[in-house]
Write a protein that binds this ligand. Structure first.
Ligand code: CA
Length: 505
């Protein structure tokens, strides 16, 4: 039995979460005057008082659902008992900035990183091979295998060589307005700080997306496979290897140097969430996010559908009226995008979320937004764009883990924090991904896939503040290359996946 059986977040809440590993059995004394009427699984909600039909079910101090039938105190609040509230109307959100006190600056925290000519800092030292079109992806993989076997051992300071593979480049309406998103994503992925400005580009020759647009550099750095000077596949491969040697020797000469936390660009994301995510993992990540921002660094959060229902809170945290408007515009764009596909925000929650105790997207969003911490939001960045400021920002992306991660890499992320409750082996090659479990059950079962257990908050063994600081220190260790994350030890990585809202031809 855990130290506590339930956890309630806000004073106004009329439900609490079962935190026992075994859940709450029927007939258990919970608090004075409250006995469970039925078995409530771990992570699910129990009512603390009688809720009449049509009455609000309140968690995080907000209405997450309307009771379809009367729900007695001590009941398990199952998804089918709740009506989902309307999404907040975007035209009616006033901008009343929160009375915000500037927190004390954090001085003296550093990490060891690779400083780039453009001022950004890498946390890894990777040779990236981008491409203008999927046609050359098979060849890129062939070459990369060869580079890993034959060249990489000769350049010991280079961590890896990776393909920036994608499905774009041809067979697409390249001039459609929405094409701007995948195109700038490919361009900005190549500028990620962990690639050290030494990107190589493979082109085919006849494709619509011109390889020059990827680097913005002269064509001298680009190999076109249709170049008539190549006779046969192996001549192309040899040419790529020769070019790779030039970039590898430059990367190999780089050394880590002491950099302030101001050079960290941390992307926050969650996936496979459960009802604990908003109680443990996300608040701990949010606490660490505040520390990074207080130390002068950059943090961004994303996943439009997972914050849409919390838009009122976000607008209140906007640093100025322009940012408030940008937040609303980003949400509107996404509402329209979903509507064009005859869907809405309720398409977000997964069967696993629901088994994990999240009844609907409102409950998920209120828990999700906690990972952004409490600092003011200083900018909103469109999908595929790169951040221009320091501090906390919203990078507009879908919630799909790989699409969000890819867009966050394009935004300039050099360290990723990923919170999960149900568990996912998610990993990215380009940056270290610190995976946080929202519950200790998962952290114990997936001892070799989870980097940080935030479940100790639920059982009362640790506070959010204690674990927030400990995560902050872990982030600096990982960014410095002194500690390896689970996915880097195992070498398991997901694909880069572009967000392409535009038409194919
Ligand atoms: Ca996600």
């Amino acid at each position: 039995m855990s130290l506590k059986s339930i956890l309630k977040i806000s004073q106004a809440d009329n439900v609490a979460i079962a935190v026992n590993l075994e859940g709450i059995p029927e007939g258990m004394w919970i608090i004075d005057g409250l006995i469970s009427l039925e078995q409530v699984p771990m992570g699910h909600k129990i009512t603390l008082e009688d809720i009449p039909q049509g009455g609000p079910v309140i968690r995080y101090g907000y209405t997450i659902g309307i009771a379809r039938t009367p729900i007695s105190a001590g009941s398990w609040v199952q998804e089918h008992l709740l009506e989902i509230p309307e999404a907040p109307a975007l035209d009616e959100i006033p901008y009343h900035p929160v009375n915000w006190q500037v927190p004390e600056k954090l001085e003296g925290y550093t990490f060891e990183g690779y400083r780039n000519p453009d001022g950004t800092v890498g946390t890894k030292n990777i040779l990236g091979i981008s491409m203008s079109v999927q046609c050359v992806a098979g060849m890129a993989n062939y070459v990369i295998d060869k580079i890993k076997k034959e060249l990489l051992p000769l350049y010991p300071n280079v961590d890896d060589v990776i393909a920036l593979s994608h499905h774009y480049g041809c067979g697409v309406a390249i001039n459609a307005p929405a094409a701007a998103i995948p195109i700038r994503t490919i361009h900005n992925l190549a500028r990620n700080p962990n690639l050290g400005g030494e990107i190589m580009v493979l082109g085919l020759g006849c494709e619509k997306l011109r390889p020059e647009t990827i680097t913005g550099q002269d064509a001298g750095n680009i190999l076109y496979m249709q170049d008539e000077s190549f006779t046969g596949f192996h001549e192309m491969v040899d040419a790529v290897l020769e070019t790779a040697k030039i970039h590898l020797s430059k990367l190999n000469a780089r050394r880590r140097e002491t950099c302030p936390v101001a050079d960290l660009v941390v992307g926050m994301q969650c996936g496979g969430s459960d009802a604990f995510s908003g109680l443990t993992g996300n608040p701990v990540a949010g606490y660490a996010a505040d520390l990074i921002v207080r130390a002068g660094g950059t943090v961004f959060f994303s996943e439009v559908t997972e914050v849409r229902d919390a838009i009122g809170q976000l607008v209140a945290r906007a640093a100025d009226a322009e940012v408030a408007q940008k937040l609303v515009t980003a949400m509107k764009w996404y509402d329209d995008y979903l509507q064009n596909g005859l869907a809405d925000r309720t398409a977000n929650t997964t069967p696993g979320n629901k088994i994990g105790g999240l009844s609907n997207i409102v409950e998920k969003a209120l828990g999700s937004v906690v990972k952004s911490g409490t600092m003011p939001i200083v900018d909103v960045v469109a999908p595929g764009e790169r951040v221009k400021k320091k501090g906390l920002q919203f990078v507009s992306t879908p919630a799909s883990d790989f699409v969000c991660g890819t867009l966050q890499l394009a935004a300039g992320m050099n360290l990723h924090v990923f919170i999960t409750g149900r568990g996912t082996p998610y990993g990215l090659t380009m940056v270290p991904v610190i995976k946080i479990s929202s519950n200790s059950k998962l952290a114990n079962r997936w001892h070799d896939l989870i980097d940080f257990d935030a479940g100790l908050v639920a059982t009362g063994e640790k506070t959010i503040e204690e674990l927030g600081w400990s995560l902050f220190h872990d982030m600096l260790e990982v960014a410095s290359g002194r500690r390896k994350v689970a996915t880097d030890i195992l070498g398991i990585y997901n694909d880069l996946v572009l967000f392409n809202p535009g038409p194919l031809t």
